[in-house]
Design a binder for this molecule. Sequence first.
Ligand SMILES: Cc1cc2nc3c(=O)[nH]c(=O)nc-3n(C[C@H](O)[C@H](O)[C@H](O)COP(=O)(O)OP(=O)(O)OC[C@H]3O[C@@H](n4cnc5c(N)ncnc54)[C@H](O)[C@@H]3O)c2cc1C
Length: 479
Amino acid sequence: MLKTDVVIIGAGAVGCAIARELSKYKVDVMVVDKREDVGGDASKSNSAIIHTGYDASPGTLESQLVVAANPMYDKLAADMDIPFSRIGAVLPAVTQEQFEQLPAIKEKAFNNRVYDVEYLTAKELLEIEPNLNPEVKGGLYIPRESIIDPFILVQAYAENANANGASFLLNTEVTGITVEEGKIRAVQTTAGEIRADYVVNAAGLYCDDIAAMVGKADYKVVARRGQFFILDRNTSCKVNHIVLPIPTKITKGKLMCPTIHGNMLVGPTAEDLDNKTDKSVTKEGLDSIVADVTRLVPQVNIRETITQYSGLRPNRNPEGLHVDTYEDIYGYVNLSGVRSTGLTLSASMGKYVAQVLRDMGLPMEFKENFIWKRKGIPRFRELPEEEREELIRQDPRYGTIICRCETVTEGEIVEAIRRPLGARSVDAVKRRVRAGMGRCQGGFCGPRVIEILARELGIPAEEVNKNIKGSYMIAGKNR
Ligand SMILES: Cc1cc2nc3c(=O)[nH]c(=O)nc-3n(C[C@H](O)[C@H](O)[C@H](O)COP(=O)(O)OP(=O)(O)OC[C@H]3O[C@@H](n4cnc5c(N)ncnc54)[C@H](O)[C@@H]3O)c2cc1C
C-alpha cells in the first residue's frame, strides 16, 4: 500500500505549483492525476497570459492571489527556464461608450492595487500598435500583463517538485476518500489505496466530484468553453502587445496577442456547456471571435490560421474562488472556482495552500538542500550558431532536424522522453519541445516522432498514443 503525508489531486498548474511549494519542506507529497501526463486540463488550453489582476473584483481572494502572483514570475521563469515575457497589454476604446468606461476600469485597477495602469491617447496607442482600429479613441496601458509558455510552466513546477522529492502517480484516477473520526485517512484510486493525512483537491473541472466524495457537494462546476485561433508566425497583421477588449461581466472578452513563440493568438469565446467534455470548436464560436476581434484589429488575417482549439474553464456555481477547509474533516483542503486566472495565480496558490496546511498542523520544516533551479530542454531553434555546434558535438542527434516548421531536433525529442516525468505520447512531446506546433501541425514530423517514441520506450509504433491511453495513431502494417 502507498503512503504519503499529502495527496494532491490534479497535476495541472495549481496542483503542480502546490507540490513544488510543499517540496521545499520535509513533507512527503504525492500528486495523483488520471491523465497520462502532467499539465492538467484547463492548464494546457488557455490564453497563456500572466495577469496583473487589474480587472479582478477588489477585495476577493482571486484579486489577492493574482496581484500577489504576477511579480513572482520573473524569478520563477529565471530559476526554471520558462519562456516568459512582460510584453504589456493595451485596452483600446473604439467607441465613445467604451472610452467613457476607462476611468472606472482604471479605478478598479487601483482598488486591486494595480497602480501602474496608465491612460494612452489614440496617437500614443497607434504608435505602439499600428494595426489597431484607426477609429480608436484612447485607452489604457497595463505594463505588467505578460505572456508565458503554459506547458513549460506546469512541466517546470512538476519536474522541480519531483527533483525535490515529490512523487507523481499518473494514469491514476481518484475514486474515493476515506474520512474516519473526522480525519482524512486514505485516498482510493484506480491504482489502489494511498494512506495519507492530508488531501488537497486541485481537480479543476472535476473538483465538485472530489468534494462530493467527502460529502461537501455544496457547489457545482460548469464548463465554460473558450475557443481560439492560432495564426502563423509570418501572418501579415501582428500586434506587439496583448490587445484586450473592454471586459464584460461574463468574460474578459476576445483578445489578440502574440504567443511567447511568436504566433498570434485570437480568442477566446465564453460559452457555458451542459457537459464537461466538449472541447470542439464551432463555426458560430469562431465567427464570433472574428467579428469581435476585427473591431479592435481590423486587418487580422484569419486565413493565416494554423490551428484552432478550445479549453474549458471550471466555472463554479455559486461563483468565486474558494479555498475551503472544514472543521469536521481535519486534513482536507478544497479548491474550487479556479476559473479564468488559474495559470497566473498558481504561483501564489502554492504558497497559500502551504500556509493553510501549516495552520492545520502539518509540520513543515524547510529543507536546506532545496533545489531552486530546473534546467529546461535546450531550445535549438533559439540558440546562437556556436552553441548549436557545441550541442551537436556533444550529441550528434542535435544535428538531425525532425520538425522543420519549428526547427526541433532529435536530441530535444529524446531529452523530452528520457528526463524525469518525461513524455510518453506524441502530444506530450509536442508540449515539451514544440514538434508538431508549426504550420504543418505535425503532418511531416508526426511519423518521425512516433518512431522515436517507439524506439525510446521499447514498444511497437502501433502502441504509441497520441495522448490518453488507447489513442493509437497507427492501426497496423498494411503490407
Ligand atoms: C479558454 C481559457 C482561457 C484562459 N486564459 C487564462 C489566462 O490567460 N491566464 C490565466 O491565468 N488563466 C487562464 N485560464 C484559466 C486557467 O487555465 C485555469 O484556471 C487553470 O489552468 C486551472 O488549473 P488547475 O490546475 O486548477 O486545473 P486543470 O489544469 O484543469 O487540472 C486539473 C487536473 O485534475 C485532474 N483530475 C480531475 N479529476 C481527477 C480525478 N478524479 N482523479 C485524478 N485526477 C483528476 C485532471 O485530469 C487535470 O489534470 C484560462 C482558461 C481557459 C479555459
